[in-house]
Each structure stands twice: as structure tokens, then as C-alpha cells.
Design a protein around this ligand. Structure first.
Ligand SMILES: [Fe+2]
Length: 169
């Protein structure tokens, strides 16, 4: 039988990527909030894709599909960054409900343009959550998180602008 390599602590070695334990914990917490916001906005957008009515049906139904697909693809890299920092990614409705800064999707479907208003404020709220975390990621030298936040900010601010344009005369 092969001899096991010596491993005094047993199991995996401690994470040692050059970011302090305290900073990793704080960044993971911020990313968990961003994950909860993104997931909540994803669900609301998919809900609106299903329930939109009125003369703008086709435009909004398709626009919402593009948006919920983008949000769905975004949750994975956010959650996996939390894991790379050594923390557990939240992944339940109960956890997301506690962590998110966004309200749950309305129980009764709003009118088409009110859906657009809900999504503008949603994208802006997610942008604020991402922006709030940026100085910490920057200070800790956490480039992958800073890069992820930059990408998410670009998408949320651009989507908010596009949705907002639908509401302007
Ligand atoms: Fe669909």
C-alpha cells in the first residue's frame, strides 16, 4: 500500500492567495448580496416575460427574454467567485430573500410600462450593490472581483438606460 503524504492538518491546505481572511470574508459577503440581487432581478424579469400584455407585447416579451438570459448567465460567475474566496455561495429563496436589496416580484402583474419602471429601479439597485463593494475589492487587490463588478456595472447601467428610454417622451 502506498504511503499517504504527510499532511499535519489533514484535508486541504488553507487558502493562501494573498488576500487576508478578513477581506475574503467581507468581499464574499458583498458578492453574496450581489448574487441575491441578480437572482431576484432575474426572476422578476422572467416573470414579466411570461405575464406582459398590451400593444407592446412582442417588443417587451423579447426584450425581457434577452435580459433574463443575461442575468441567468451572470449568477454563476458571481457564486463561483464566492467559492474561490473560500466561502459558501447562498442558493435558496430564503437566503436570497434575506440578502437582496430588491423587492420580490409583484404578485399581480403590473401594466407593461410599470413593468419597465420596476426593472429600471431593479437594475439601478443592483448597480448600487456592485458599486458599494468596489472600493473593498480594490483595496484588497482582488482584481478578479473588481473585474466582475466592472462587467456587472456596465450591463446594469446600460440596461437601465435602455429601459428608461422606453419611458421617455
Ligand atoms: Fe419564453
Amino acid at each position: 500500500m502506498a504511503k499517504k503524504p504527510a499532511s499535519p492538518a489533514g484535508g486541504a491546505p488553507r487558502i493562501n492567495i494573498g488576500i487576508s481572511e478578513q477581506d475574503r470574508a467581507a468581499i464574499a459577503k458583498g458578492l453574496s448580496r450581489l448574487l441575491a440581487d441578480t437572482y431576484t432581478l432575474y426572476l422578476t424579469t422572467h416573470n414579466f416575460h411570461w405575464n406582459v400584455t398590451g400593444p407592446m407585447f412582442n417588443t417587451l416579451h423579447l426584450m425581457f427574454m434577452g435580459q433574463y438570459t443575461e442575468l441567468w448567465n451572470a449568477v454563476d460567475p458571481i457564486a463561483e467567485r464566492v467559492r474561490s474566496l473560500g466561502h459558501t455561495a447562498p442558493g435558496s429563496y430564503a437566503q436570497f430573500g434575506k440578502l437582496t436589496s430588491l423587492p420580490d416580484a409583484p404578485a399581480e402583474p403590473p401594466r407593461a410600462l410599470d413593468m419597465v419602471r420596476v426593472l429600471v429601479t431593479g437594475h439601478e439597485a443592483v448597480a448600487r450593490t456592485a458599486r458599494e463593494l468596489f472600493p473593498l475589492a480594490d483595496k484588497a487587490g482582488d482584481e478578479p472581483t473588481a473585474d466582475l463588478l466592472t462587467q456587472r456595472l456596465t450591463v446594469h447601467e446600460q440596461t437601465a438606460w435602455m429601459l428608461r428610454s422606453l419611458l421617455e417622451e
